[in-house]
Design a protein around this ligand. Structure first.
Ligand SMILES: Nc1ncnc2c1ncn2[C@@H]1O[C@H](COP(=O)(O)OP(=O)(O)O)[C@@H](O)[C@H]1O
Ligand SMILES: Cc1ncc(COP(=O)(O)O)c(N)n1
Length: 267
């Protein structure tokens, strides 16, 4: 079968658990070919973020042109984009090259509490970048910023996801990782994707990994609801098999299937 090519446009996490590093691991674990356009370099580990160096928007542009002018892109995942200059460059490239699927994780704050988006760029995120999406995958704090109200229950999530989809004019998967009880994600069509909540501190990079897995499954030809269901199962299994690597919130085990004799457990 022809190999599918998936591009991540995101920030680098030196600890290897989130951002570009997580995205490329997911693409490989799911049998696709991964490419990366780096928007920022973070000095980061399981405890937090100690520095952020944004990449010059012209260099982001050149990375985008290098990939799109040479290699077929079957799906794009967009993660950390910290300023509006870089957002504009990405939005223009998406418009120019028209990749078939664009999954946007509107990354704002890391699990450690560190800010990954300049405050004056939230409007640009909404106006320039999010309209390019096939689907956006905010977590609860991000959805609260985009909507300007609190979301504290599944009932409020059901209402919020519809409002967000209307406001952003795109499909929305609202992730419930930050609530208590079962981990329920709700799609703006009304479909709900639920898994038991795993009692673990090792969830660094779950959001990055979910959006990358959705992009990979879309590239592989799955319809959106199947892509989400498979991506959620992949992340669930990867959380179940997470192993501690540092003193704080460790990442999930992207290649957990290797511990199971090399078979893909989610097939
Ligand atoms: N403890 C957990 N147990 C099971 N699933 C989880 C857990 N934490 C997060 N998830 C799932 O991981 C994915 C990422 O969710 P979330 O943590 O809300 O995103 P983010 O990393 O952007 O904050 C979602 O599918 C969510 O339901
Ligand atoms: C470069 C980068 N991108 C995204 C995240 C969000 O991941 P998480 O919410 O799990 O900390 C992160 N910590 N670092």
């Amino acid at each position: 079968m022809e190999r599918k090519h998936v591009l991540t446009i995101a920030g680098s996490d030196s600890g290897g658990g989130a951002g570009i590093q997580a995205d490329l691991k997911v693409f490989s674990a799911l049998g696709t070919y991964g490419m990366s356009v780096i928007t920022a370099v973070t000095a980061q580990n399981t405890l937090g973020v100690t520095a952020i160096q944004e990449i010059d928007s012209q260099v982001v542009q050149l990375q985008l042109d290098a990939v799109f002018s040479d290699i077929r892109v079957d799906a794009v995942k967009i993660g950390m984009v910290s300023n509006h200059g870089i957002m504009d460059v990405i939005a223009q490239s998406i418009q120019r090259y028209q990749p078939p699927h664009v999954v946007i994780d509107p990354v704002m704050i890391a699990k450690s509490g560190d800010s990954l988006l300049q405050e004056d760029s939230i409007a640009a995120l909404q106006n320039a970048l999010l309209p390019m999406a096939t689907i956006i995958t905010p977590n609860l704090p991000e959805a609260e910023v985009l909507l300007g109200c609190k979301i504290t229950s599944i009932l409020e999530m059901r209402q919020a996801v519809k409002e967000l989809a209307g406001k952003m004019n795109t499909q929305v998967l609202l992730k419930g990782g930050h609530l208590d009880g079962d981990a329920v994600d709700i799609l703006s069509t009304g479909r709900e994707f639920s898994s038991p909540r795993i009692d673990t501190p090792h969830t660094h990079g779950t959001g990055c990994s979910l959006s990358s897995a959705i992009a990979a499954y879309l590239a592989l030809g799955e319809p959106i609801e199947i892509a989400i269901a498979k991506a959620k199962e992949y992340v669930f299994q990867a959380i179940c098999h997470a192993f501690p690597i540092g003193k704080g919130h460790s990442p999930i085990h992207h290649f957990y299937q290797w511990d199971q004799g090399g078979r893909k457990a989610w097939d």
